[in-house]
Design a protein around this ligand. Structure first.
Ligand code: PNS
Length: 162
């Protein structure tokens, strides 16, 4: 069975993330979407909330599971027997950071390949931080996050961020 991991902080999951995961699910037997710590970011949503939003957004994908992990991505990938890490790329601005992580992960474990999947054109500008900012100004976010979670994400951000 060929397993790939789709890692990220997903704070919160956006339609851009879901698009990358849906397309990845067509290429692998199983995809594990893994919520990890990004030490350079302070997340707005708790790990449990981010996992819950992902599960609700991805329930239509039968070969996709959601998990969270506190350690290194390559250690998790190794533990579950994954052969690939899939990262979405939007513009060239993502590239340097993603390339650095891919090379570091390859140094740590040469058996796990990082694959970059380009974003769909309509999601090029989309990011979790943009969603959080719009919601904190009471602007609609339903075009940017999956419909299953739009109301809860908006409610949570407008209450907490004021
Ligand atoms: O969505 P993000 O914040 O760009 O995702 C970055 C993430 C969480 C995938 C990255 O920070 C990560 O892999 N964190 C886990 C710890 C780890 O493995 N660090 C080494 C990366 S080279």
């Amino acid at each position: 069975m060929r397993i790939a991991v789709c890692p990220g902080s997903f704070d919160p999951v956006t339609c851009g993330h879901v698009d990358i995961i849906e397309r990845s699910a067509l290429l692998f037997d199983k995809i594990i979407v893994i919520v990890l710590q990004n030490k350079s970011k302070h997340c707005t949503f708790s790990t449990a909330e981010r996992v819950d939003f992902l599960k609700r957004s991805l329930k239509h994908l039968k070969n996709v599971e959601v998990d969270s992990y506190d350690g290194l991505l390559v250690d998790y990938a190794n533990e579950i027997g994954a052969c690939a890490i899939i990262k979405g790329l939007r513009a060239v601005t993502d590239f340097e950071y993603e390339f650095q992580m891919a090379l570091t992960n390859r140094t740590l474990n040469q058996n796990i390949e990082t694959l970059f999947m380009n974003t769909s054109a309509e999601n090029m500008y989309l990011s979790s931080s943009l969603v959080r900012e719009l919601a904190s100004f009471d602007k609609p976010i339903d075009r940017f996050v999956p419909e299953e979670i739009a109301v809860d994400v908006a409610k949570r951000l407008t209450v907490k961020e004021k």
